[in-house]
Write a protein that binds this ligand. Structure first.
Ligand code: 76R
Length: 243
């Protein structure tokens, strides 16, 4: 019998990070700036229309620090439609002042560590999420260790399930202050998973990630990529950013 964990996949997911060239933007005429902002807003409202109809979902946030300034997360039913939205964004006028600094391609995922919950309402919400408009977002990638003597993938299903149960139990204590979305990138991108946390108190991101470091599954087997954290790009922040 295979030792592999069964997974169920939902929507395709693309996290994209862009840096804004403010010097270049400052040289644009007011007319060009307005046209570019209007076109970006039209693009975002199309995403919002699909989101409201629950055909897909998305999130648009700022990014603090040197890794970029904007994070656009798009969830779509297929790889093809994901690509279409991606290139449409990159063809927007405003893209002339954006440099893409990161992307992560993955798929929303549920694993059979959840056994009984695989086709529940809760499972559907994870596979086809309606991304909330929370004030803050934190995104990062992770993989699990495959070292000699410490290889997650060589453990028995029972050992992994036990650790994942404990992981889930800790995770659930945070559900009143944040929501978490796991997307799987095995075979699609460099890291095995993308973790997106959303909430209205950014300090809770630090708390959950720190708490989880003491959980065996993260403490012993977790490997992490960069962390991207930022604030929702609502109309006011968009206006401030591109003023
Ligand atoms: O018993 C259960 O219900 C477990 C459900 C569950 C699974 C299967 C679960 C719950 N997670 C699962 C899988 Mn998770 N999760 C992370 C991180 O920073 C770190 O140390 C780890 C990053 C966070 C913060 C988090 C939060 N989870 C996974 C997987 C795939 C593992 C695999 O297949 O091997 C990864 C990589 C991962 C990582 N997890 C929860 C949370 C939270 C808040 C919960 C409970 C809430 C919920 O079910 O929505």
């Amino acid at each position: 019998m295979s030792n592999a964990v069964r997974t169920v996949e939902g929507w395709h997911s693309q996290h994209m990070v862009f840096r804004i060239d403010f010097q270049k933007w400052a040289q644009w005429s007011d007319a060009d700036k307005s046209a570019a902002k209007a076109e970006l807003n039209a693009y975002l409202s199309e995403l919002e229309t699909e989101n409201v109809a629950e055909k897909s979902s998305y999130a648009f946030y700022s990014v603090n620090g040197v890794k970029g300034d904007l994070l656009l997360w798009i969830l779509q039913p297929t790889l093809e439609s994901l690509y279409e939205w991606e290139i449409r964004f990159r063809k927007l006028k405003i893209a002339a002042v954006l440099e893409q600094t990161y992307s992560y391609t993955s798929v929303t995922e549920l694993s059979s560590y959840l056994q009984s919950k695989m086709d529940s309402e809760e499972a559907n919400k994870k596979l086809y999420p309606h991304i909330p408009k929370d004030r803050y977002l934190c995104f990062y990638t992770m993989s699990k260790k495959r070292d000699a003597g410490e290889n997650w993938f060589m453990l028995s299903m029972m050992d992994r399930a036990k650790m994942m149960k404990s992981h889930g139990d800790l995770g659930r204590t945070y559900l009143d202050v944040l929501s978490e979305y796991t997307t799987g990138g095995c075979g699609l991108d460099a890291w095995e998973w993308g973790i997106t946390l959303m909430g209205n108190d950014d300090v809770q991101f630090k708390k959950i990630v720190y708490d989880m470091r003491f959980e065996e599954v993260s403490a012993r087997y977790g490997l992490f990529g960069e962390f991207y954290v930022g604030t929702i790009m609502d109309e006011a922040l968009l206006e401030k950013t591109f003023s």
